[in-house]
Design a protein around this ligand. Structure first.
Ligand SMILES: Cc1cc2nc3c(=O)[nH]c(=O)nc-3n(C[C@H](O)[C@H](O)[C@H](O)COP(=O)(O)OP(=O)(O)OC[C@H]3O[C@@H](n4cnc5c(N)ncnc54)[C@H](O)[C@@H]3O)c2cc1C
Length: 823
């Protein structure tokens, strides 16, 4: 797994999946500034302007400054264009229309005459928030509600509906009513308030100061939800740690074994301890962070050093990003990755900007055509999914795109960039669902953290009970609890949270007993886990110029288009002159088989081809590192992607718990934010809350006569759903998946079965079936025939509401979420 090149005495060899290599010594000519193209996870829409209102973290100014090398000679070159980044739309239109519908919860403080009349104009509801203490008029108030809504959206909350998590947590007694609208305002207010100062612990009493007392229940509900689900008062600020440490002494809800000390495992462990669990973390490596790894690079005399992020590096969208919150808490100013990226030809000349624009626009059109195609055939696509690569190539032929060799090379560069964002070849990506996470993408700039993401990891790992070099080999679970085997030892607990990468699950290196459900194993097979590698090189000085953060390089061989196609300059944040070259797509796989020396020499050749003609010498490197994420036994790859035949639902299936004992977190369990550091972070918080819910349900028996929660994810009764069923016949009623028109999509069936002598004695049984089966049942003559068809034709098992499978629960939540949306 580790390739070691012959090293000079001054270089270190890095454990795990990397090779550190020496520095070839030869002098050469000097450099010039380079510029930037694209960035990962951002590939098809025009760039929007930066918005400053949505909880963005402060950015540092872009100064390049480090080790000035020899002054590069001035060289006239075509100016690199400012690049457009593909980005999702932000929902500002939706917000302003919604905010005007939302009712504001005003305080009963003594308003001045002016503010009182202003308030009256706005007062179509029964309450108001306290920020009117500062005597605001209706438009100020509405603006404030808008801004708070924007912040909530940037954190991932929908505009005017509840999330599935909020529905599960029963935050309001009735879904969809005016109370829900008020709850949303209060929730947004609390969120925004904490985000305005993340260094402090926001108390419930502080919130109550700004909300009228009669809405205490709403405040309690929203505050508890946000606190327990880790949306407020999280992180590593000392004030927050102090409160969390104190409160964790008071409770003892049970014990959880967390497998893996990557971001998801660390975050979950911290939150679980705060929630009152006893926690132990078992980590296979000798360090925390998993796929986030910052390597300190230096020469033998330590005169030049640099921090290189060999795994997760860019915060892809800073608005609402929890990692931005951590950076703020540590006082680390973020560095915006500048949006300029010049491209260089194999001969080192800069690409002509007209051709560059033309091909970029053709590339975007190709993607748009694929989008249109799949919209047209969405119904059939589940059974006939093809690869994104096949679809793009077909359209390229039909529309004669990029037929000239130069244009072809440029197009290949864009395709390589897409392969980087997805960590796999386009021929592996599902045309239908490869970008299913697009609507959720975090807005705002892409940023680096100065000194590397390892700083966040170190802070998150501090004081946690982590046992290193404990590779878990087996997990046994049953109704009494779990037993985990690692490093020749047994660990017993009430529950286990498995955060190992999808690559490790695919390899089956952890033996689960009993076996994981087939549904989960199928999803593990279907989802893809791809590869991205890096070559990090520390130079004695910055010869490429610090005014840019990225530049690209074109390759003639299409099969090697991802080889060193993009360079990141980390001068502004690494503490030294550091360049990182990316290897994506097919090249990333081949890269792992070549020697590190060979790879570094190839990178140097590329740099020389770009800079030597400008009269800039490329100096000998001080240290170089090549990653080998595919051979790393604790990841077997870089990050997840939606493979042909898979869909976003597979992320949800990966997140499903098993027998209320085995839980799963990690980037590949996060449908909204897969393949990212913040996705891993949020999945850890999600599972901590999930474990708490399950534990509470186990510990607190229902009071006599109390209405028992009806699904094992403690959602409310499903009765309201069946008040207006989609189909009703005989003793059958059916509700269908509102988000799908597919006849094979899920439908929930309810059958009323007599349980006594009287007509009013009956119980309800439930079963999951396909929509087309429901229609078939409806067409049958009578209930006897229907029951026969159910049992023998469809083989549907009818169960009590508390025994419904996860798919049925998920359907119930989806229907409730849609019904909670105001018309
Ligand atoms: C090269 C590369 C570049 C990336 N670039 C970006 C980027 O720019 N921006 C971004 O947002 N994301 C990026 N990512 C993705 C991001 O790093 C991950 O999504 C995130 O770090 C995953 O965190 P996790 O907790 O889910 O998994 P991990 O960090 O992998 O944590 C899982 C932990 O489980 C441990 N483990 C595995 N098997 C066992 C076992 N059997 N027993 C005990 N412990 C075990 C591992 O050692 C690891 O510590 C990149 C990833 C890579 C590899």
């Amino acid at each position: 797994m580790e390739t070691t090149a012959p090293l000079p005495e001054s270089t270190t060899t890095i454990p795990e999946s990397t090779s550190t290599i020496p520095i070839p010594t030869e002098g050469d000519a000097p450099p010039d500034p380079v510029a930037s193209h694209a960035d990962p996870k951002s590939s098809s829409e025009p760039m929007e302007t930066n918005d400053s209102t949505t909880g963005a973290e402060p950015l540092e100014t872009n100064d390049s400054g480090n080790n000035p090398g020899p002054e590069p000679p001035a060289q006239p070159e075509p100016q690199p264009r400012k690049r457009r980044r593909r980005r999702k739309k932000i929902f500002t239109d939706m917000i302003s229309s919604t905010a005007s519908r939302l009712r504001v919860l005003r305080p009963h403080t003594k308003p001045s005459a002016a503010s009182a009349s202003a308030a009256d104009e706005d007062d179509d509801a029964d309450a108001l928030t306290g920020y009117l203490r500062k005597r605001r008029g209706p438009s100020d108030l509405s603006k404030e509600v808008d801004i708070e809504a924007l912040i909530a959206i940037s954190v991932g909350f929908p505009v005017d509906t509840l999330t599935e998590e909020e529905i599960e947590a029963n935050v309001v007694p009735q879904i969809g009513g005016s109370e829900q609208a008020n709850y949303i305002i209060v929730r947004n207010h609390i969120l925004a308030r904490w985000r305005s100062n993340v260094a402090v612990w926001l108390t419930r009493d502080q919130v109550l100061e700004s909300i009228r007392a009669e809405h205490k229940n709403l405040v309690n509900s929203a505050y508890n939800f946000l606190l327990h689900y880790g949306y407020i008062n999280f992180g590593i600020a000392s004030a927050i740690r102090d409160v969390k440490n104190k409160s964790s002494d008071e409770l003892q809800l049970g014990s959880v074994i967390v497998i893996g000390a990557g971001l998801s495992g660390l975050v979950a462990a911290r939150q679980l301890i705060f929630l009152g669990f006893k926690v132990v973390v078992l980590e296979g490596r000798a360090r925390p962070g998993g796929r986030v790894r910052t390597k300190r690079m230096s020469g033998s005399d330590e005169s030049v050093v640099g921090a290189a992020d060999l795994g997760g590096s860019v915060l892809t969208g800073i608005n609402g990003n929890p990692l931005g919150v951590l950076a703020r808490q540590l006082g680390l100013p973020l560095h915006k990755v500048r949006d300029i990226c010049p491209l260089y030809l194999p001969n080192g000349r800069m690409v002509n900007s007209d051709v560059d624009s033309k091909v970029e626009s053709s590339f975007n059109k190709l993607l748009d055509r694929v989008c249109k195609l799949r919209q047209g055939i969405m119904e059939e696509i589940r059974s006939v999914d093809i690869s994104l690569g096949t679809a793009l190539e077909a359209f390229r032929h039909v529309y004669n795109v990029a037929e000239e060799p130069l244009e072809r090379m440029l197009l290949d560069w864009h395709l390589a960039n897409l392969e980087y964002a997805n960590a796999t070849l386009l021929s592996n990506l599902s045309m239908a669902f490869w970008d299913q996470d697009d609507p959720y993408e975090m807005g705002g700039d892409h940023c680096f953290i100065p000194g590397g993401n390892g700083r966040l990891v170190r802070a998150l790992a501090e004081d946690l009970p982590i046992f290193y070099e404990r590779p878990v080999t087996s997990v046994r679970y049953g109704s009494d609890g779990v037993m985990v085997y690692a490093g020749g030892q047994e660990y017993q607990g009430d529950m286990v949270l498995c955060t190992v990468p999808l690559g490790v699950l695919k390899r089956g290196t952890i033996d689960f007993e009993p076996e994981l459900p087939q549904r989960k194993m199928d999803a593990i097979d279907r989802l893809g886990f791809g590869l991205l590698n890096k070559v990090a090189i520390l130079f004695p000085y910055d010869f490429w110029g610090g005014e840019i953060d990225t530049f690209g390089h074109l390759t003639e061989d299409p099969s090697m288009r991802g080889e060193y196609f993009l360079f990141y300059s980390y001068c502004a944040v690494a503490g030294g002159p550091l360049l990182i070259a990316l290897v994506a797509g097919e090249a990333a796989v081949k890269f792992e088989k070549s020697s590190a020396v060979e790879s570094v020499n190839k990178v140097l050749d590329i740099l020389k081809s770009i800079f030597s003609p400008k009269g800039i010498a490329v100096p000998d490197p001080i240290q170089a590192v090549c990653t080998r994420w595919g051979q790393d036994q604790f990841s077997y790859g870089s990050y997840s992607y939606v493979a042909v035949g898979a869909s976003g639902d597979d992320y949800d299936i990966l997140a499903e718990s098993v027998a209320d004992r085995v839980f799963f977190a990690g980037e590949a369990t996060n449908k909204q934010y897969p393949a990212t550091m913040h996705g891993a972070f949020l999945s850890g918080m999600r599972e901590a809350a999930h474990i708490m819910r399950v534990t509470r349900r186990r510990l607190v028996p229902p009071a006599p006569g109390a209405r028992v929660n009806t699904t094992n994810h403690e959602s409310n009764s499903v009765d309201p759903l069946f008040e207006t069923p989609d189909l009703a016949f005989g003793c059958f009623a059916v509700v269908i998946d509102p988000q799908s028109t597919d006849m094979e999509s899920d439908a929930l069936l309810r059958v009323a079965v007599r349980s006594g002598n009287s007509d009013s004695d009956y119980i309800h049984l439930y079963g999951l079936l396909q929509r087309k089966q429901a229609v078939e049942l409806n067409g049958l003559e009578d209930d006897v025939k229907r029951m026969e068809m159910l049992a023998h034709g469809f083989r549907t098992r009818l169960v009590g509401i508390s025994s419904l499978c996860n798919a049925a629960e998920s359907l119930i939540r989806r229907i409730k979420a849609v019904k909670s949306t105001p018309n």
